[in-house]
Design a protein around this ligand. Structure first.
Ligand code: NAD
Ligand code: 0WE
Length: 255
């Protein structure tokens, strides 16, 4: 059974084959969805365009989520091409490297604003525009991390940004629920992607995670993709405002 047959969705945050967004894309494509993609700059366009074209996508648009003008243009193009839309995948996060290195207490106003703008406000900006095109209801998912709830060593201002993201998911779910639009977060376990590659000690974090997680392994892009299918399809028809862990059970453990 194909779960997303005839549905159209827009993916923010595909960078390369290791991206969590690519794991989600592969599942959506296998289940019959039509997909559009955005890329943040020309360097990433070179990676995103061939990946998108490999699954038959014709909607590949530039979008820095910090720009209201670019966001407006993306949704104008989507409306022109498709008219309506069924789902959104938000898989975008960024903080200044300095703010992931220095103690959280040293975070500057500009660094705080950057992390919160790209990683949390962008969901609000996208959801408002998408909702206008979700005439038959819809589903929106965003990617979060345990650092939203607990202090994870070195995650710093991104933990605050993910807390804001998860709270935004609940507020958006309440606002958009009456229109049949569901909004949920998937809190993924650590995965070696571009965004994780610059993090000092990430390999060590992965091996300690494997030892402690009940399933004795890390989560994969495919794991997150399969859970995304549940959230983006009718399988989760009465589920909204949730943060759902896809982390091999790590979050339930303590020493
Ligand atoms: P990734 O580097 O593949 O994806 C991050 C994406 O964010 C990139 O495509 C990048 O272009 C995009 N981005 C950054 N700034 C942007 C901007 N201003 N405008 C538009 N796009 C912008 O890495 P990933 O690990 O797949 O990250 C995807 C999501 O998953 C993020 O929200 C991340 O916080 C979350 N997440 C990652 C992990 C992990 O361990 N990798 C775990 C839990 C949650
Ligand atoms: O959300 C993330 C990482 C997001 C991220 C990564 C970077 C690296 C490059 C945001 N901004 C930047 N800025 C850069 O300049 N994750 C969930 C992955 C991640 O990052 C960590 C983790 C995990 C897991 C940082 C410290 C500890 C654990």
């Amino acid at each position: 059974m194909k779960l997303l047959e005839g549905k159209r969705g827009l993916v923010f945050g595909l960078a390369n084959q290791k991206s969590i967004a690519w794991g989600i894309t592969q599942q959506c494509h296998a289940h019959g969805a039509s997909l559009g993609f955005t890329y943040v700059n020309e360097a990433l366009e070179k990676r995103v365009r061939p990946l998108a074209e490999s699954i038959g996508s014709e909607l590949i648009l530039p979008c820095d989520v910090q720009s209201d003008e670019q966001l407006d243009k993306v949704f104008e193009e989507v409306e022109r091409a498709w008219g309506t839309i069924d789902f959104i995948v938000h898989s975008v996060a960024f903080a200044d490297a300095e703010d992931l290195k220095n103690p959280f207490v040293e975070t500057s106003r500009a660094g705080f604003q950057l992390a919160l703008d790209v990683s949390a406000y962008s969901l609000v900006a996208i959801a408002r525009r998408a909702a206008k095109l979700m005439t038959g209801g819809g589903s929106i998912i965003a990617l979060s991390y345990l650092g939203a709830e607990k202090v994870v060593t070195n995650y710093r201002v991104m933990g605050v940004a993910k807390a804001a993201l998860e709270a935004s998911v609940r507020e958006l779910a309440a606002d958009l629920g009456p229109q049949g639009i569901r909004v949920n977060a998937i809190s993924a376990g650590p995965i070696k992607t571009l965004a994780a590659s610059g993090i000092p000690g990430f390999r060590d974090l992965l091996s300690r995670f494997e030892e402690r997680a009940p399933l004795r392994r890390t989560a994969t892009q495919e794991d997150v993709g399969k859970t995304s299918l549940y959230f983006l399809s009718d399988l989760s028809s009465a589920v909204t405002g949730e943060t759902h862990y896809v982390d091999c059970g790590f979050n339930i453990t303590a020493l």
